[in-house]
Design a protein around this ligand. Structure first.
Ligand SMILES: Cc1cc2nc3c(=O)[nH]c(=O)nc-3n(C[C@H](O)[C@H](O)[C@H](O)COP(=O)(O)O)c2cc1C
Length: 280
């Protein structure tokens, strides 16, 4: 699925929005957003369903965000069948919707923690065989952020991102990948780096080996975790969307698939392989 918006420009413009203008979304903007949400595709072939929720009527009165989100009562939620790569698919697809929303002037904020999960899950009729990892408020951004939002952003250093040398590697995990060595892929990697992540943790790590870019999730050290936690898999899906859409915009062809962890990568114990972009 092509993006229908200027990718690099939109990625650089996007910020989480927690303070909204109380003016409701226009019917036209909402229609465009929901139509885009219905047409979403991802390289993992997983069906991601976007739900629209308006809080305040009798059935959804309790939907709340503990005061984190101000000025809107309108939300989107996502459900996906439980299965391999389905959380990565949520990250990939929902981020594309977030970018499209940014492009048409609608604010969003990925929420995985600060909302009443039980109430939202009930309102979306989430089945036992499904995950509902995240929701997002939608609305027009207010001119000024609430103080609580400004404090939250400074606490998480939301305007900052990790350096290339912490994130991208060349051949093995002992050798950082420089911008010069990345060549035509410097821009897709730079746009990946700007992706949003839960608590701004940026758990993605990318290892280049010849024509392959292997995507890993960095899990907590010393906890002996075999699988990355749900939210880190979503985060890596988000950054893969930025990488793939930018590659597409730059005319670079390739495809994303889970093709098996590379050999001799010397990956730290807490790095988990997820999938690979293979240059065509
Ligand atoms: C998967 C995911 C979950 C998130 N969960 C929350 C949340 O529960 N509450 C919240 O206020 N922000 C949440 N965020 C927003 C992040 O804090 C934010 O993306 C990060 O600080 C970077 O800021 P930016 O999005 O403005 O670039 C989440 C982001 C992602 C990607």
């Amino acid at each position: 699925m092509f993006s229908d918006f200027p990718v690099c420009e939109t990625i650089q413009k996007r910020r989480s929005v927690r303070t909204y203008d109380t003016r409701p979304l226009s019917g036209q903007d909402l229609e465009k957003l929901l139509a885009y949400g219905k047409a979403l595709q991802n390289p993992f072939g997983v069906s991601v369903t976007v739900h629209f929720l308006e809080t305040g009527d009798t059935s959804t009165k309790k939907l709340g965000t503990y005061g984190v989100i101000k000025g809107t009562k309108t939300f989107l939620g996502v459900t996906v069948p439980k299965g391999p790569l389905s959380l990565e698919a949520v990250g990939y697809s929902f981020e594309q919707l977030v970018l499209y929303a940014t492009h048409i002037g609608i604010g969003t904020c990925w929420l995985a923690a600060t909302f009443d999960r039980k109430a939202f899950t009930g309102a979306m009729n989430v089945g036992d065989d499904e995950w509902m990892p995240v929701i997002s408020p939608i609305g027009y951004p207010a001119e000024k952020r609430a103080i609580s939002e400004t404090l939250m952003r400074s606490g998480m250093k939301s305007n900052q991102r990790k350096d290339w040398k912490e994130l991208f590697f060349n051949g093995d995990f002992q050798t950082p990948l420089s911008r010069a060595e990345a060549g035509a892929y410097a821009q897709p990697l730079e746009m990946l780096r700007l992706a949003p992540s839960a608590t701004n943790a940026q758990p993605w790590r990318v290892l280049r080996q010849d024509k392959a870019f292997h995507f890993y999730a960095k899990t907590a050290e010393g906890k002996g975790e075999i699988d990355p936690p749900i939210i880190q898999r979503v985060d890596v899906g988000i950054c893969a969307n930025h990488f793939c859409l930018t590659a597409q915009e730059q005319g670079l062809s390739g495809s994303l698939a889970a093709s098996g962890a590379p050999v001799n990568a010397d990956a730290p114990e807490n790095y988990r392989y997820l999938f690979t972009w293979m240059e065509a």
